[in-house]
Design a binder for this molecule. Structure first.
Ligand code: HEC
Length: 145
């Protein structure tokens, strides 16, 4: 091989090696958004245990902040239009409504986490029903098992 041919082959190899893993297939897209949801599930359950006094409230703020942070990653995880998993096709057919629900969820969990810094467990108890709009969205956009 000439030096140029080697160079071109080398570049092609490098480009392929980096380009391939970047193409998430449908399963990756679905796994990713389900992982985000599972993280919300764990944090919400932990917060619920604190609010119901099953465990001490030392980590109240951390769980509230974790929920607010994970909420911010959720919309992006649904942007790729890949029906499947338990997501109804309506997620993408009614994207404006779905997006609005996600943004409300982000805004309210963010407010709850911030207010909890001064108001503690009482604030969480007051705001959690509105902030944790999980069921409201699932009823419309998630398939029943
Ligand atoms: C704006 C809509 C929306 C909100 C808000 C929302 N979810 Fe979801 N959630 C979905 C959709 C859609 C799916 C189905 C995803 C899939 O299977 O591809 C889902 C799936 C799940 C799953 C199943 C994941 C799996 O492994 O299959 C869990 C658990 C879950 N959500 C928990 C929560 C919790 C807890 C909250 C609130 C703190 C929440 N979700 C808020 C839309 C939402």
């Amino acid at each position: 091989m000439t030096r140029l041919a080697k160079f071109v082959a080398g570049v092609a190899l490098v480009v392929t090696a980096f380009a391939l893993p970047a193409l998430a297939d449908d399963k990756d897209v679905i796994d990713y958004r389900q992982d985000v949801m599972k993280a919300l599930d764990g944090q919400t359950a932990a917060l619920g245990m604190i609010v119901s006094t099953q465990v001490p409230d030392d980590n109240l703020l951390q769980h509230a902040e974790a929920i607010a942070l994970i909420a911010k990653t959720a919309l992006k995880s649904f942007e790729a239009k890949v029906p499947g998993g338990e997501a109804k096709p309506e997620v993408w057919a009614n994207w404006a409504d779905f997006e609005k629900r996600m943004k409300d969820f982000v805004a309210r969990t963010d407010k709850m986490a911030k207010d909890a810094k001064t108001g503690g467990v009482n604030v969480v108890m007051e705001q959690m029903v509105d902030a944790l709009s999980c069921k409201g969205c699932h009823d419309v956009y998630r398939l029943k098992k």
